[in-house]
Design a protein. Sequence first.
Length: 359
Amino acid sequence: MGEALKLPIIDLSSPDRFSTADSIRQACIDYGFFYLVNHGVEEEILGRIFDESRKFFSLPLEHKMSLVRKEHRGYTPLYAENLDPSSPSKGDSKESFYIGPLEGTHSNLNQWPSDGIFILCEIPEVLPSWRSTMDLFYKKVLRQLKNALILVGNQPTVTPLGQRNSGWSAKYWWIICCIRYAGSRLIRLLALALKLDEDFFEKVGASDIPTAFLRLIHYPGELDSSGEEIYGASAHSDYGMITLLATDGVPGLQAWSAGRNSKNQGYGRTCQVSRVIQAFIVNIGDMMERWTNCLFRSTLHRVMPTGQERYSAAFFLDPNNSCVVECLESCCSESCPPRFPPIRSGDYLKERFRLTYGS
Ligand SMILES: O=C(O)CCC(=O)C(=O)O
Ligand SMILES: [Fe+2]
């Protein structure tokens, strides 16, 4: 599977923000990837997310298809997505479930098993401890949520959890808050890393109501590939600002270690990105690369099938749809003019989704 990338480890709890920001800057310049530790999302919570994910993906296909992706939320079956639109492959060998923002006006676009699958099957048989776990978790969420939002320091329109009766959504809502909290702190450090005011990305509207998507992914172990070259996730760079990724530890993720700014697969070599326990794998997305005029790398990566089943959860922190992403003054000069024109984040994302899904 190739040599392992020795990525820097960033400690989000370090009191020395400036030295942390410097380490982030170097990691984003050198790799576009780093590990994030002490992020405040307990291993146990992530374990539960993977448990729920396993249960969900093991449901019969027709049940999962009752929640098929609409408005980029819900279930995407095997081979429905091709992250490398230039590849002739029949699609990526993974299935996934997207959860969109749970706050703001579009939160009602989300799909939940309680809306679809509950109607189709006897859920107590499929998920026996569902209700009791949800009940317990739900109460914890309500308590912790308040703290998390106060800590994040902004006041989004919170979807009234009291009106939700699905523990599944509450569970994901909680992890989204935790990760969002880690993400918000990280975005402030990224601003410092770029020698900007700490609240720069908030001021330009990037993180008002970020277009944050949580994506649960399942890579099946056995594939019927009939000799075809099949990827778990074909070579791609992420679209947004940053991605926080948790995996179950099964290998497969590879990133290109290449000369600067290379998005060419034939250039450089692929290295393994291993899991570090209790760390998120963080990577820079294309819009951050545009902001920084390629100073920060949005590195190509992919997931190779290993014959082993694999689960991951990727949290994509993208700028608000109306945020205009344009080259930072500090990242261009007469001799190094902006490489990309300004673009509205929403337009950029729409185009990337169109190329990936054909819709
Ligand atoms: O599953 C993984 O390890 C990576 C997934 C990924 O790169 C993506 O969904 O953008
Ligand atoms: Fe990715």
